[in-house]
Design a protein around this ligand. Sequence first.
Ligand code: GUN
Length: 285
Amino acid sequence: MAQIIDGKAVSAAVKAEVAEEAAKLKEEKGLKIGLAVVIVGNNPASRVYVNNKKKACEAVGFQSFEYALEESTTQEQLLDLVNVLNRDARVNGILVQLPLPKHIDEKAIINAISPDKDVDAFHPINVGKIMIGDYSFLPCTPAGVMRLIESTGTDITGKQCVVIGRSNIVGKPQAMLLLQKNGTVTICHSKTKNLKEVCLGADILVVAIGRANFVTGDMIKEGAVVIDVGMNRLENGKLCGDVEFESAEKKASFITPVPGGVGPMTIAMLMKNTLTAAKQQAGIE
Ligand code: GUN
């Protein structure tokens, strides 16, 4: 039976580290750290995420600046706001909550965010840096996954790592981070033919495909570390991951629950990136 990885506890530890360093920087260097969060429209899930980001800022001692814009906001208006925030010295990090309304080109907005304030690590410059292993900002969810794997004491070097999912936000950067830690990495996706066989070879399995209960216990190698990035809302309103927990926990050595696994890590890593941004902008690191 697997040990359950407590994402809430690991996330609390990361936030405590950030809060401690932020307090020290404030005391010793008078540094005040600020994160701007922009939300456009009324997507209820986005609203919850943005509220959680605000709460996390308060918890670690950052200022948060929220910009809640109407659904009808034009791309030009949003670009204008991003440009104002790029120049605002109180703002160390900028996060534009995705998805944006359909009439706004997400790529154009991401490209307009100053790479130095791009705490999501979505800007092509930061994405490129991840490819070459020279990064200041790690994309929040994959960085959170790495921290969870680390919390199990697993050494990634030489391990077979399988990532299911190839999104720009999770799958692709996740594969790069595992590679950076000397994992032997395979990326699978919805069109992979021999998925079960590939999964059965995985010492570390990260699942981010966005389909409820997609990975079942018979696809998991005995003793594997299983990280479930999925967050699916079932018809009965319950949240569930991409991994069928009951059958998977019988095979894995460590497994993340949903909720309470990867979810809380993303925000903790966002706080860490905002701290990094503030230090870099102040010439501290
Ligand atoms: N929407 C869902 N996840 C994210 C994220 O990590 N960053 C942003 N900006 N939007 C999101």
